[in-house]
Write a protein that binds this ligand. Structure first.
Ligand SMILES: CC(C)C[C@H](CS(C)(=N)=N)C(=O)N[C@H]1Cc2cn(c3ccccc23)CCCCCCNC1=O
Ligand SMILES: [Ca+2]
Ligand SMILES: [Zn+2]
Ligand SMILES: [Zn+2]
Length: 169
């Protein structure tokens, strides 16, 4: 696994997240569910907790964006780059953007939202790309079945190096 230079990480272990803009490809409930499952993949192996908020500020702001959308990383249309997320920091840090031009799905056709969200949230928590091909933080998309998903060892080692392991109690 790899961390970002300077090892940016969240100082508090309860993080708020807010889904600011949804996609036309899926229902709100589907997006909420995919994001919730992606977050729990990370919280299940650490002492991190996530709280969904519906207004005001949040550590992790999630949105679907088209093309140029106000940050320095305009999206590129269908395929290519699927999403991006900012490393832990104030303001834009932690924010996660998905390319609205992709065919987002809850299944295996198009791009599986759970799979991409789990990868992006790894970045939002402080993980860079891994050289381990089996790692979730590997730079290229590979479908992961949300049912019975277990975080690969490399990713567990990385996130626990930042936030420790889940406390048993
Ligand atoms: C790991 C993801 C969930 C998130 C990353 C984005 S990020 C910033 N969070 N690391 C991603 O989108 N990777 C590209 C990488 C990529 C693969 N190709 C590309 C062609 C052009 C541009 C990028 C790519 C070859 C063709 C396949 C294109 C579709 C799949 N795209 C990818 O796998
Ligand atoms: Ca794209
Ligand atoms: Zn963006
Ligand atoms: Zn990535």
């Amino acid at each position: 696994y790899r961390l970002f230079p300077g090892t940016p990480k969240w100082r508090h272990h309860t993080l708020t997240y807010r889904i600011v803009k949804y996609t036309s490809h899926l229902s709100r409930a589907e997006v909420d569910h995919a994001v919730e499952m992606a977050l729990s993949a990370w919280s299940s192996v650490t002492s991190l907790h996530f709280q969904k908020t519906f207004s005001g500020e949040a550590d992790i702001r999630i949105s679907f964006e088209l093309g140029a959308h106000g940050d320095a990383y305009p999206f590129d249309g269908p395929r290519g780059t699927l999403a991006h997320a900012f490393a832990p920091a104030e303001g834009l840090g932690g924010d996660t953007h998905f390319d609205e031009d992709e065919s987002w799905t809850m299944g295996t056709s198009g791009f599986n939202l759970f799979t991409v969200a789990a990868h992006e949230l790894g970045h939002a928590l402080g993980l860079a790309h891994s050289r381990e091909p089996s790692a979730l933080m590997y730079p290229t998309y590979k479908y992961r079945n949300p049912k019975g998903f277990k975080l690969p060892t490399d990713d567990v080692r990385g996130i626990q190096s930042l936030y420790g392991h889940a406390t048993t109690k």
